[in-house]
Ligand binder design. Structure first.
Ligand SMILES: Cc1cc2nc3c(=O)[nH]c(=O)nc-3n(C[C@H](O)[C@H](O)[C@H](O)COP(=O)(O)O)c2cc1C
Length: 311
C-alpha cells in the first residue's frame, strides 16, 4: 500500500492532489466534479472578490506548445457564493477558499466576513492581485504584503495561507521568507502563473490572447523549473510549521514527485486539469505511485524535501 497523505493546520488530507485556483472551480458544477474526483484530496475555489465579476472580454485563455497563457481578469461569482459552497461541503473534506481583493481593504473585509461565518476550512489569500496603481502586484510589494498580513492576523484566527507569485532572485526569496516567517501562516502556495508573458500565434501573427495587449500569465510544463525552485527555496527558508502547496508545471506523476522532493506537502494542478478534466487526478495518482514503487518508497514522507544536490 502506498501512503499519500499530508497535513496542514489541524487537517489531514487523504490524497495530496487538488485543483489550482482558477481551474475547474468557478461554479458549483465544476467544484462538485473536483470534490468527487478520484485522486483529489481537496479543492480550492476560484479566487473571490467581494462581489461577482465578469472578468476580461475576448479570448482570455489559450493553450500553447508547453503550457497555457491567460489573462482572465478574475471572473468569479463573489465571496458569498464560494463561502456558501465550502460551508455546505466542509464536512466531506478539508477545503480551501481563495480570495483576491483588488485592494487591501477588500482583502481585510473579506477576511472579516469569513471570520464571522461558519467556514472552518483553510483560506488562501492570493497575493497576485493588483495593488496601488504604479506599484507591482501585492506579492512583489514586500512592504504591502507585510502590512496586509499584520492587519489580517490582528483579528483572523482561522487557518490562513498565501498564494505567491514566482520569485526569480535569491534576495527576493530571502526577503519574502523573512516576512512570511513573522506570521502564524498555515501554508504558502507557490507558484502562481509566471506573469506578463507573451505568445504569438504563427498562423495569424497576432498575440494569442486578447486582454492587456496579449500579455498574460503562463502555466503548464514551461513553469515547472520555476515552480520547483520556488518550492525548494521557500522550504529551505520558511519555519517548518508553514506547509507548502506546490503548484506549477504538473503534467505527469513524475512532476508531482519532483515537487514533493523539493518540499511540497500538497500539489495542485492548473493547466493540465484545464486540458484533461478532473480524471487527471486519478492518472497522476497512479503515475506517482508507480514512480514511488520504482524507488521502493511506500509513503510520500520517505522522500518529501529530500532533494539531493550535486557536490
Ligand atoms: C485559467 C486560469 C485561471 C487562473 N485563475 C487563478 C485564480 O483565480 N487564482 C489563483 O491564485 N491562481 C489562478 N491561476 C493560476 C493557477 O492557480 C496556477 O498557479 C498556475 O496556472 C500554475 O500552475 P499550472 O502550471 O499547473 O498551470 C489561474 C490559472 C489559469 C490557467
Amino acid at each position: 500500500m502506498t501512503s499519500m497523505t499530508a497535513s496542514i493546520a489541524n487537517f489531514t488530507f487523504n490524497d495530496i492532489l487538488l485543483n489550482a485556483a482558477g481551474v475547474y472551480c468557478q461554479t458549483d458544477e465544476e467544484l462538485d466534479q473536483i470534490l468527487k474526483a478520484d485522486g483529489a484530496g481537496s479543492l480550492v475555489t476560484k479566487s473571490a472578490t467581494p462581489i461577482e465579476r465578469a472578468g476580461n472580454p475576448g479570448v482570455r485563455y489559450a493553450d500553447m506548445p508547453l503550457g497555457s497563457i491567460n489573462s482572465m481578469g478574475l471572473p468569479n461569482l463573489g465571496l458569498d457564493y464560494y463561502l456558501d459552497y465550502t460551508i455546505k461541503h466542509q464536512s466531506e473534506k478539508p477545503l480551501f477558499l481563495s480570495i483576491a481583493g483588488l485592494s487591501k481593504a477588500d482583502n481585510l473585509n473579506m477576511l472579516k466576513e469569513i471570520q464571522a461565518s461558519d467556514f472552518n476550512g483553510l483560506v488562501e489569500l492570493n497575493l497576485s492581485c493588483p495593488n496601488v496603481p504604479g506599484k507591482p502586484q501585492t506579492g512583489y510589494d514586500f512592504e504591502t504584503t507585510a502590512q496586509i498580513l499584520e492587519e489580517a492576523f490582528a483579528f483572523f484566527d482561522k487557518p490562513l495561507g498565501v498564494k505567491l507569485p514566482p520569485y526569480f532572485d535569491i534576495a527576493h526569496f530571502d526577503m519574502i521568507a523573512k516576512i512570511l516567517n513573522q506570521f502564524p501562516l498555515a501554508f504558502v502556495n507557490t507558484i502562481n502563473s509566471i506573469g506578463n508573458a507573451m505568445m504569438v500565434d504563427p498562423e495569424t501573427d497576432t498575440a494569442m490572447i486578447a486582454p492587456k495587449g496579449g500579455f498574460g500569465g503562463i502555466g503548464g510544463a514551461i513553469a515547472k523549473p520555476t515552480a520547483l525552485a520556488n518550492v525548494r527555496a521557500l522550504r529551505q527558508r520558511l519555519n517548518p510549521e508553514i506547509k507548502i502547496i506546490g503548484t506549477g508545471g504538473v503534467k505527469t506523476g513524475r512532476d508531482v514527485y519532483d515537487l514533493i522532493l523539493c518540499g511540497a506537502d500538497l500539489v495542485s494542478v492548473g493547466t493540465t486539469l484545464h486540458q484533461e478534466g478532473p480524471q487527471v487526478f486519478g492518472r497522476l495518482k497512479q503515475e506517482l505511485a508507480d514512480e514511488m514503487s520504482k524507488k521502493n518508497y511506500t509513503d510520500v514522507t520517505d522522500f518529501r524535501g529530500q532533494l539531493q544536490t550535486l557536490a
